[in-house]
Design a protein around this ligand. Structure first.
Ligand code: FES
Length: 286
């Protein structure tokens, strides 16, 4: 019962986040795509977290140096202050991109992800209080500000460990076609006559699922596993201009070249070369 209530809470929060980032409508969702990192060809969140962690670590080093040698290193709190400000900028970016990524998770990745997010949000609050205390001192010296920073760094470190679990154990935001190597040479996948016109068709080429779209004699083929989280593209929607929409989180890919048109996916789909001979269709990974 408690579990069901928690799941309902997660559903509601994910819906709320998707509304905030404009991903509830049927059209494109540029804000969400921006925060996912589609434009970068790589998830944005892990890039920004480096800034957050770097700022937090540098601030802690400067604070320790100042506390150890308060007279000789009286300038160190200023350095810590600048590092905290840079770290907070990174934390804000991580906050926005991280919660956006979380809004597409479910199961264990969703429960681990929310803990990761709550801890980092708590650290962001502590660092924000810390920077206010530092800025209110003419020399930027605040023992409480430094202590809050140390606590924040401890929280961030544990949250980063959970972030590692999310990626390396649970596979969040990894390319779900990374281990699909596909055929080195053309392999037959069926008769041309069995492939209907203007609709998504799933075939299997050398053990790898591929989705086809046929227009007369022309066939476009890309991997059927969505790079974002593994959704079956052949069960998605075929949009105008041969764009396929994933049924799970709505990523859109161009059938002609596999490129991502709209996130949350950040990685293009593998493309297959198509050969038609004697009425038989054969595919080879490009
Ligand atoms: S699995 Fe998430 S958009 Fe396809």
């Amino acid at each position: 019962m408690a579990n069901q209530r928690l799941e309902r809470f997660y559903d509601g929060l994910q819906g709320f986040i998707n509304t905030l980032v404009g991903a509830r409508g049927k059209g494109k969702h540029p804000i969400k795509t921006l925060l996912n990192g589609t434009w970068l060809g790589h998830p944005l969140h892990p890039v920004i977290t480096d800034v957050a962690i770097g700022g937090a670590v540098l601030a802690a080093v400067a604070d320790v140096a100042w506390l150890a040698f308060p007279v000789t290193l009286a300038w160190a709190p200023r350095m810590a202050e600048v590092a905290v400000i840079a770290g907070i900028a990174g934390m804000l970016g991580s906050f926005l991109s991280g919660w956006t990524d979380w809004s597409d998770t479910y199961g264990r990745e969703r429960s681990t992800g929310i803990l990761h997010g709550i801890l980092n949000t708590l650290a962001l609050i502590l660092y924000s209080i810390s920077v206010v205390l530092r800025l209110s001192d003419p020399a930027g010296q605040s023992i409480v500000g430094a202590i809050l920073g140390f606590i924040g760094l401890g929280i961030i470190t544990f949250a980063a460990y959970l972030g590692g679990d999310l990626v390396f154990k649970l596979g969040v935001n990894v390319n779900h076609t990374a281990f699909e190597h596909g055929a080195d040479d053309f392999v037959p996948v069926g008769a041309l006559a069995d492939i209907p016109d203007n609709q998504l068709t799933r075939v299997v080429a050398d053990g790898v699922p591929v989705v086809l779209v046929r227009h007369g004699d022309k066939i476009a083929a890309i991997a059927a596993t969505c790079t974002h989280a593994g959704g079956p593209l052949d069960e998605g929607e075929l949009l105008p201009n041969d764009v396929v929409k994933c049924p799970w989180h709505g990523s859109r890919f161009r059938m002609s070249n596999g490129r991502v048109v709209d996130g949350p996916a950040t990685v293009s789909e593998p493309v297959y070369l198509v050969r038609v001979e004697n009425g038989q269709v054969a595919l080879k990974r490009q």
